[in-house]
Design a protein around this ligand. Structure first.
Ligand SMILES: Nc1ncnc2c1ncn2[C@@H]1O[C@H](COP(=O)(O)OP(=O)(O)OP(=O)(O)O)[C@@H](O)[C@H]1O
Ligand SMILES: [Mg+2]
Length: 340
């Protein structure tokens, strides 16, 4: 690898894009949002600048999320977004002359067509070589697991729009399932709860704030409260309400059920030897959604398997991806079922 040749990992998430460069760790973290002119589709802003515009712009500017449930929904916009973030992360112009090798992660159930789209987007955005890695493998490596042994691990990666459940062993995925429920669905549940039972209308940002400040999935693990400001649905006037962790726990738990069902289904499909490993080691939770208080406890109580949240779970996929690419360029060999 040349002096200026860079390794870059991009976690193209539904809510957040993370970029790791070389051995520097996460150097960029921005919302996966792009603001475009409604009529021309010309890009006005990308990332954090675009997020600031949500709900605050005239009709001729629309904000789009080019990644939906972990897959590209708008190819052209995704390409431009990747290029923008790549250039921002590789701020030294000298380094941009030497096109970086880029590793991107894809959810385990991504189709070949979708894989090629992601790959092409990175290629067009200015990558030298592009590698794809399955998200659960990256998450496990990023959480510090040694997955190279023939021993079973279960990873539950709870993102913004989806939850990826996978059993891995010997650097590969044995069984997996993707559930279309993620952290954002809890925001939606909070919005509906406040509207239905408190006549209070709040926006997405407020709902997420409530979730982070007082949200809870298992009664008793948290006892916080937060003052919510919104508008009264009957009068339309500003209104407020103090919501507690306890009432949130009651209303949020049903939203988590598909995740619990998914875990049970994957466990049922897991060969007995690997299932025994998982019962011994527990379930590893990654992704920002796993920070919702009580999620681990809910999984423990409903599946009977120990569950624990990784350190800084929202960074596991990005950190694991760069580690895999760095190891590959050091050992000059492909691993982890990486497709080129
Ligand atoms: N402290 C917290 N408590 C609860 N939820 C949190 C917390 N921090 C982040 N989240 C939630 O995590 C989710 C985003 O997680 P993450 O960044 O892993 O998603 P992503 O990788 O962009 O999405 P995906 O993997 O689905 O494509 C959001 O719903 C966010 O509200
Ligand atoms: Mg993710």
């Amino acid at each position: 690898m040349g002096l200026f040749k860079q390794n870059v990992a991009i976690d193209l998430g539904t809510s957040t894009v993370l970029v790791c460069v070389g051995h520097k760790g996460v150097v960029l973290k921005e919302p996966s949002i792009v603001a475009v002119k409604t009529n021309t589709r010309n890009i006005v802003a990308i990332g954090e600048d675009a997020r600031q515009m949500i709900g605050r712009t005239p009709d001729d500017v629309t904000t789009v999320k080019p990644i939906q449930n972990g897959v590209i929904s708008s190819f052209t916009i995704t390409k431009k977004m990747i290029r923008f973030f790549l250039n921002k992360a590789l701020s030294n112009p000298l380094k941009r002359i030497f096109l970086p090798d880029v590793i991107l992660c894809v959810p385990s159930k991504t189709t070949n067509v979708e894989r090629r789209a992601v790959e092409q987007a990175a290629q067009d955005a200015g990558a030298h070589r592009v590698f794809l890695v399955e998200e659960p493998l990256a998450a496990a490596v990023g959480a510090g697991l040694d997955i190279s042994r023939p021993s079973g691990h279960m990873i539950v990666d709870i993102g913004g729009g989806t939850t990826d459940i996978a059993v891995i062993s010997f650097d590969g995925i044995v069984t997996s399932k993707s559930v279309k429920v993620g952290g954002n669905d809890f925001d939606e549940t909070i919005k509906n709860y406040l509207k239905r039972s408190r006549n209070l209308m709040v926006g997405d940002t407020t709902a997420e704030y409530v979730k982070i400040e007082a949200g809870c999935l298992y009664e008793g693990v948290r006892n916080d409260s937060v003052e919510v400001h919104g508008s009264d649905i009957l009068t339309g006037l500003p209104s407020e309400y103090v919501v507690t962790s306890q009432e949130l726990a009651e209303s949020l738990v049903s939203t988590a059920l598909p995740v619990l069902d998914g875990i049970r289904a994957v466990l049922e499909e897991t060969p007995p030897e690997l299932a025994a490993d998982i019962y011994t080691k527990g379930i590893l939770m990654t992704g920002g959604g796993s920070l919702l208080a009580g999620f681990d406890e809910l999984i423990r109580k409903t599946t009977g398997v120990e569950a624990f949240v990784a350190d800084e779970p929202q960074y596991c996929v990005a950190r694991g991806s760069i580690e895999i690419l760095n190891r590959m360029s050091k050992n000059k060999k492909d691993a982890y079922g990486i497709k080129r």
